[in-house]
Design a protein around this ligand. Structure first.
Ligand SMILES: Nc1ncnc2c1ncn2[C@@H]1O[C@H](COP(=O)(O)OP(=O)(O)OP(=O)(O)O)[C@@H](O)[C@H]1O
Ligand SMILES: [Mg+2]
Length: 393
């Protein structure tokens, strides 16, 4: 079956639009929509469609330059290919358009064959990309409130995003008291509530449009601004949001509500490649971590997807690592050091510690943790802290 392609045309010149519409009409499985100048640049919430192709020209009918338009459209419709129609065939102009992110340069007047080839190329690309693997989902949950899960999740996400090697998203699914936006110093105009209220039209570009961009490159989906809205988000919606996120991003990190495992958390766990349970070395937290491990296993999730990590590690904790491992019947995956002063100052300034003070003990440790995540063959015995003579603890 021919894959259906929606083409949005955002061009003011009516003659050019007419030629395009006529040529596209002759192609199978192509639906054409027309957008007013500048509409697509306002983001996916401004339009109904989520096109596979957006065709613009390089005439200045909006307040943005053509390269700015391409970049804005890319951000709002990451899945769409952008075609630029132009009569300016100077090589330097063509190169500038392609550098800005255009995937096709179409000479005006339009040659229907060139347009048809360009659309078919997109169809082939879409068919292939649907077969490719989805992004990796890491979820983080505290065994007890206030153990530092949000600090760990946000800093790991920012570290991975700063690498620029992969597309990274952070979803704040601590729905009642999500505060990841505070740590990132972002004031998102849209939150997960907007996705829930517009669930019927939720698709990849709508999701992307509801996310905020952090300077590190991280895409961020905020928890509801008002805790009262948290009840509106259903388990089904959580599952759909995460599934779309892993289609859009290489790595998706989820900050879960502490301890409490309800249907919504189960959906997150089901879709997670790894679930990190955060504990400290206190008796109540470790006891809860053991309960959580058991509960997750009962859901049918394999043990190898569950990892326990210790935050605020210091040698004189109430329990030793050996005691904790015995209680949990599994090895500890990672130890994050106690670094109260540096972390509090980073939280107060809304600047993740890995950006603000990459040399601080906690930041250095997070950077190594992010490396271990990206490299499953990394030294399994090293888990963040070295003891005497540099030996891994
Ligand atoms: N490694 C650490 N060393 C010292 N203090 C830490 C460390 N990690 C976190 N903290 C402190 O713990 C506090 C709580 O952290 P955070 O909000 O990340 O916890 P949480 O588990 O997400 O809590 P909640 O249950 O509210 O979601 C932070 O304000 C910070 O002061
Ligand atoms: Mg938290």
């Amino acid at each position: 079956m021919t894959k259906k392609i929606t083409v949005a045309i955002e061009i003011a010149d009516t003659g050019c639009v007419k030629t395009l519409v006529e040529a596209l009409k002759n192609l199978p499985g192509v639906e054409t929509v027309q957008w007013f100048a500048g509409t697509g640049e306002k983001g996916s919430l401004a339009v109904k469609e989520s096109p596979e192709v957006i065709i613009i020209d390089d005439q200045r009918e909006t307040s943005f330059s053509v390269t700015e338009r391409i970049s804005k459209l890319h951000h709002a419709f990451p899945q769409a290919a952008i075609f630029v129609v132009s009569a300016d065939t100077r090589p330097e102009h063509i190169v500038a358009m392609m550098r800005a992110g255009a995937s096709q340069f179409l000479v005006n007047p339009i040659n229907p064959n060139a347009l048809s080839n360009a659309i078919e190329e997109i169809r082939v690309r879409l068919a292939t990309s649907e077969k490719t693997t989805k992004g990796t989902v890491y979820s983080f949950i505290s065994s007890k409130g206030g153990l530092g899960t949000t600090v760990i999740t946000v800093n790991t996400a920012v570290t991975l995003a700063r690498n620029r090697a992969s597309k990274v998203a952070l979803c704040d699914m601590s729905l009642q008291s999500g505060d990841a936006s505070v740590l990132l110093d972002l004031l998102p105009a849209t939150t997960i509530t907007d996705l829930s209220r517009n669930f019927h039209r939720l698709d990849a570009s709508f999701l992307r449009g509801a996310m905020s961009q952090h300077r590190s490159g991280l895409a961020f989906l905020s928890a509801p601004a008002d805790p009262e809205e948290s009840g509106e988000v259903s388990p089904e919606q959580i599952a759909r949001i995460l599934d779309l996120s892993r289609q859009l991003f290489d790595v998706v990190l989820v900050d879960c509500a502490s301890m409490w495992v309800a249907d919504r958390t189960m959906e997150i766990f089901n879709l997670s490649d790894k679930i990190f349970i955060v504990t400290d070395l206190s008796v109540p937290a470790v006891r809860n971590a053991a309960r959580l491990c058991k509960l997750i296993a009962k859901l049918g999730i394999e043990q190898k997807r569950i990892e326990v990590v210790v935050n605020r590690y210091h040698k004189s904790g109430a329990l030793s690592i050996e005691e904790v491992e015995k209680t949990l019947k599994k090895p500890i995956y990672w130890l994050f050091p106690n670094d109260f002063v540096d972390i509090v100052s980073s939280i107060n300034q809304g600047e993740p510690i890995v950006e603000k003070q990459p040399g601080a003990p906690f930041a250095k440790n997070i950077i190594e943790f992010a490396e271990k995540l990206g490299n499953p063959r990394a030294d399994a015995s090293y888990r963040g802290i070295r003891g005497a003579f540099g030996k891994a603890i």
